[in-house]
Structures are given as C-alpha cells and as structure tokens.
Design a protein. Structure first.
Length: 344
C-alpha cells in the first residue's frame, strides 16, 4: 500500500510533499477512531523491546532522526507510527529561512536524499511552546545547532541559549556540529573547539538539579584519527553518547549518473549510500572505546536487516530518516518484529 502512496508523492517537489504529508497525517489522525487504528497498524507494545540507555527507558529502540520534525510540529502525530523516541530539530536560537530553494532532492536510483536545507526552522522559543502541548509519553530529543550568521567563535552562546530554553521540554540533547549545510559548522568537530563547546554545555547541564543526557552527532566523513579524538572527548567530558552518523558530502559509488548528481550540487547525502560507512563508524567507535558509551546508529536503514546490522555493530538504539520516507511507517514495526524474533 505504501509503495503506491510513495509513487504519487514522489511525483512532486520533495519539500512541498513533506509539508503536505505532515498536514495529511494530522487530518487523518483527527478523525475519530483513526488514532486507535494507526496504533493497531504500526505500534508494537512489548516489554522485551524496552531499552534503558543513558538513564532513559525507551519503549523500543527505533527512533526518528532529526530533520523530519524540525519545528516540533509533528511529534504528537508521529508517536502513533510506532517510534520509541523522536528527535526534533535541528533548532537554532533565532528562526532562519535556511538556504535557497530548491534544497531537497531525491536520488531515487540510489534510494537516497541530498539536502542543503541549512537549519531552516522557526527558532527555539516557538519549538519550546509547541513542546508544552505534548500529549504522549514518547521520549523527545532536542537537536541543537548554531545560526548561520553566528561566527564559530560565538557558537557556544547559540548552543547554550537553545539548551536553556529547551531544557524543561526534552528528555535528551544532541549537539549538532556535523551538518555540511551551515558554513564552517563542521570545523567545530575539530578537537580543540569541540572540547570547549561540550565542556561548557556540560557545566551548564550540571547546574540543573536533574541534568539531561547530552549526545554528540558526528559526520560519516571523519578519519580514524578524528574518531579517536571523539572517543577521547566523550570519555573525558563524560557526555552520555554519540549519534553516528549525519549525512555525507561524499558522492562515491552512486548508481545515479554523474550529470544528475552535478546538477543537484552541494548538500548532505543520506539513505542507502551512507549505510556502510555509518555502520563502519559505529563499529569503530564501539570496538575502539570498548563500548564505553552508548551509540545511536543512523544512516541507510531501509530494512530489518539494515537495522540489525547497526545493532550488531554496536548501536544501542537506531534512528530512521530517509528509510522512513522510502519505506513508510510499516518499517518501524518490521524492525521491532525482527528484534523480537531474535529473542525467541
């Protein structure tokens, strides 16, 4: 059924389709009885799927990655799709339009997406206001970044402001320094600036009576040496974990012809093309650190097998994004069923 829906949706501009789909899901779930029906179709309730990670109990290990619900508009509706947790954002202190359109492209032959959205969002205060109206007990992560006009040397102030405003409304934080679509943002992944940024956020966090878990989202394009630095920083600062990985700037080994890829231009590539590298990064971090910290695995999960590979590589939880767009909400249930099948 979803393959038919996807066929028609993929005939139109991806960004417009995203907004249309969000509205359509909300309208459908407003019909009496539809929430019950969606839960019946997509949600698995089984205690064996529960996982306790960085002090939080997830009802299942399959979450939605940041970028899908940028402005915290959809999380109440998406809770009926079977996710164990939902990550909103990336949120910046001040709302910004992001990069010029078009900025979202399907790479259908490779089952991927290229985006150069540029942290388009309405700002942290609007997101926080929406999160006040949470109607389910689903775990919410807050993915935070810096505004485009903020220089890297002032980035801490941006992250700190979003952290402070979102703190009462999210269950964990993700520090995003790995998007390729904000100029110079990835420079903050280097050891020295990253140490400064994270250490200050840890100090800010510890001033609260009940600190929230802080995770770092990293790019798949880091070298082994840079990954070693990440391990050292996580262990030294005692942040709670890593999300591996964000989108890639690589265009290697694509089936789509090079002229099409060149015409799309810059942006982060997600979906199946990043699957293997994402899994490699997860395995490297897990083995090299001797599983010293939790890892959330994301990147190219389009099937049950893809999800199990991430878990086997060392991921404690997983997230969907592009796979959710290509495969629909049924994928979440199939993955959870596959996890349960391993337990029998």
């Amino acid at each position: 059924m979803y393959s038919i829906i996807r066929f028609f949706l993929f005939l139109f501009d991806p960004e417009k389709v995203h907004h249309f789909t969000a509205k359509a899901i909300h309208i459908v779930l407003s019909v009496p009885g539809m929430k019950w029906l969606w839960k019946k179709m997509y949600v698995i309730e089984d205690k064996r799927l529960e996982k306790e990670v960085f002090g939080l109990t997830f009802k299942n290990p399959v979450g939605l990655g940041a970028g899908f619900d940028k402005d915290a508009k959809m999380f109440n509706d998406l809770a009926y799709c079977g996710f164990g947790f939902i990550e909103i954002g990336t949120i910046t202190p001040v709302g910004q339009p992001g990069n010029e359109k078009p900025r979202l492209f399907r790479v259908k032959e490779d089952e991927g997406i290229i985006n150069r959205m540029g942290f388009n969002n309405e700002g942290v205060e609007i997101a926080a206001e929406r999160l006040k109206h949470k109607t389910s007990n689903i775990i919410i992560g807050g993915n935070i970044g810096k505004n485009k006009v903020t220089a890297n040397e002032d980035a801490l102030n941006d992250y700190r402001k979003s952290f402070q405003i979102l703190f009462p409304f999210v269950d964990y934080f993700v520090v995003n320094v790995s998007s390729p679509n904000t100029p110079n943002l990835r420079d903050l992944q280097e050891k020295e600036p990253l140490m400064v940024l994270l250490s200050e956020l840890v100090i800010e966090n510890n001033q609260n009576k009940s600190p929230k878990p802080i995770l770092l989202k990293i790019a798949p394009d880091l070298t082994d040496g840079q990954l070693d630095d990440i391990i050292e920083i996580v262990e030294k600062l005692k942040i709670q974990g890593v999300i591996a990985t964000n989108t890639t700037i690589s265009r290697d080994n694509l089936k789509t012809d090079s002229k099409t890829i060149e015409s799309i231009g810059a942006g982060g590539l997600s979906g199946k093309p990043v699957k293997n590298r994402s899994t490699e990064v997860i395995r490297y971090l897990s083995e090299k650190s001797n599983k010293a910290f939790p890892i959330i695995g994301i990147g190219g999960i389009h099937s049950e097998q893809d999800a199990l590979e991430k878990l086997d590589a060392g991921a404690d939880l997983i997230q969907l994004y592009t796979g959710f767009i290509y495969e629909g909400p049924g994928l979440i249930k199939r993955i959870n069923k596959a996890i349960l099948a391993r337990m029998n």
